[in-house]
Design a protein. Structure first.
Length: 72
């Protein structure tokens, strides 16, 4: 079983919808996973949320065979 480590960072999303975070220090380049918490006063519908999620590339890593935890 692979283990994961977590680091908490703060960042901003710019006008081009890119996530900007400070430098990671001496971590080598590697695949990462992100969970984004943000403050939002506006409510969006479930349909809008699903539409945005389906167009995002954030879930592309799940296409990687190494990420398939359901295959023996």
């Amino acid at each position: 079983m692979r283990t994961s480590k977590a680091i908490e960072l703060s960042g901003v999303v710019d006008e081009q919808h890119r996530l900007i975070v400070p430098k990671m220090g001496k971590l080598p380049p590697r695949k990462t996973k992100f969970v984004v918490f943000y403050e939002d006063n506006a409510e969006i519908s479930e349909l809008e949320w699903l539409s945005l999620a389906s167009r995002s590339t954030v879930f592309d890593l799940l296409k990687d065979p190494e990420e398939d935890i359901y295959k023996p």
